[in-house]
Design a protein around this ligand. Structure first.
Ligand code: UDP
Ligand code: MG
Length: 320
């Protein structure tokens, strides 16, 4: 199977794979992915997005792009992050349907034909939904399950629970997604946000084939905050709600203070209550200002309007 020069418009499926220091998994990934590409009911290409890897991933991918003309690679000038890499792949993909999957084989390539089948049935978005997660720490599973359920309550967007970025996006949904250029990207939420007909296919998330997770705790927390701030105002309103409650309580306090001062005339004690009130309100105020800051910082990033990623070079098909 080969994409002849100049006829790349025939590509039906584009598999987008973000890669960050995955030299240990890439050969096995290619081995498993290659037969799946052949089995699809249309021309397929793979777009590897090298997110500033510092190991041998780049040279392996360059070699692959030379040997196999279904393979294209894009290399970033530095590490821009998983979501930026997915975005670059979506932008570069030439297929009518794009499948986004991780490089580490946690997302099994065998599922791709099933995603494609649903797309042929007429769904614009087919997400792979984790039935169970093997080989991930108890903490990760626990925090993920709390987080996805929290998202459901905080946002009006119906983001499917337990679905990552492994999904097929085609047709109008793909066009819509490409038009969204926001800087703090929570791609899985954005895909849900565009609407159209969406459906899920269950799968078992496997262990990482080799290497270590690239999502440290800090990165995970930042990603989680992006998800909430991109789709919800609720945190901003928390300050309003606490403020209202505090005001209502303080009204009661005022009556009590007046009674103590004017009628009972015993105003000196009260150190404990004063200190508690100051500490509590101080905490609430700092928390609220911090919350505001989270949003203002993101507004600042949007306003600066820097590109989402910078490409160093690309290989494969007719390089562009
Ligand atoms: N990744 C990336 N840039 C990053 C971090 C990760 O392109 O800054 C890629 C990584 O190579 C993998 C995918 O994103 O293909 C998911 O990362 P990982 O498996 O480490 O995350 P986890 O599955 O542990 O959440
Ligand atoms: Mg992984």
């Amino acid at each position: 199977m080969s994409v002849s020069q100049g006829s790349s418009s025939e590509v039906v499926y584009s598999i987008v794979i973000p890669v960050y220091n995955e030299e240990q998994v890439l050969p096995e990934l290619y081995k498993q992915l290659s037969p799946v590409l052949d089995s699809l009911d249309g021309e397929a290409e793979v777009v590897f997005v090298d997110d500033g890897s510092t190991d041998q991933s780049a040279s392996f991918l360059r070699g692959l792009a030379c040997r196999d003309d279904r393979v294209r690679t894009i290399r970033f000038s530095r590490n821009f992050g998983h979501q930026a890499a997915i975005t670059a792949g979506l932008d570069a993909a030439r297929g009518q349907a794009v499948v986004v999957m991780d490089a580490d084989l946690q997302d099994p390539p065998e599922l791709i034909p099933e995603l494609a089948r649903k797309w042929r049935e007429g769904y614009e978005v087919v997400y792979a939904q984790r039935r169970s997660r093997r080989g991930e720490s108890y903490f990760k599973r626990f925090s993920a399950s709390i987080y996805y359920r929290l998202m459901v309550h905080l946002t009006k967007v119906e983001i499917p629970v337990d679905a990552g970025d492994f999904r097929l996006i085609g047709g109008s949904a793909l066009v819509a997604l490409r038009s969204m250029r926001e800087k703090h990207r929570y791609v899985r939420g954005m895909v849900s946000w565009v609407g159209f007909r969406q459906t899920g296919v269950p799968y078992t998330r496997k262990e990482r084939f080799a290497g270590e997770t690239k999502y440290t705790l800090g990165r995970m927390l930042r990603f989680a905050a992006d998800g909430i701030t991109s789709f919800s105002w609720v945190p901003l309103r928390i300050a309003v709600h606490i403020g209202l409650i505090a005001s209502a309580l303080s009204l009661g306090m005022v009556l009590w203070v007046l009674y103590e001062a004017l009628i009972a005339r015993r105003t000196v004690p009260g150190w404990a209550s004063t200190v508690v009130i100051i500490l509590f309100l101080g905490g609430v105020q700092l928390f609220s200002i911090g919350m505001l800051g989270e949003y203002i910082g993101r507004v600042y990033d949007e306003v600066r309007n820097r590109p989402l990623y910078i490409i160093d070079d690309s290989d494969g098909a007719d390089d562009d």
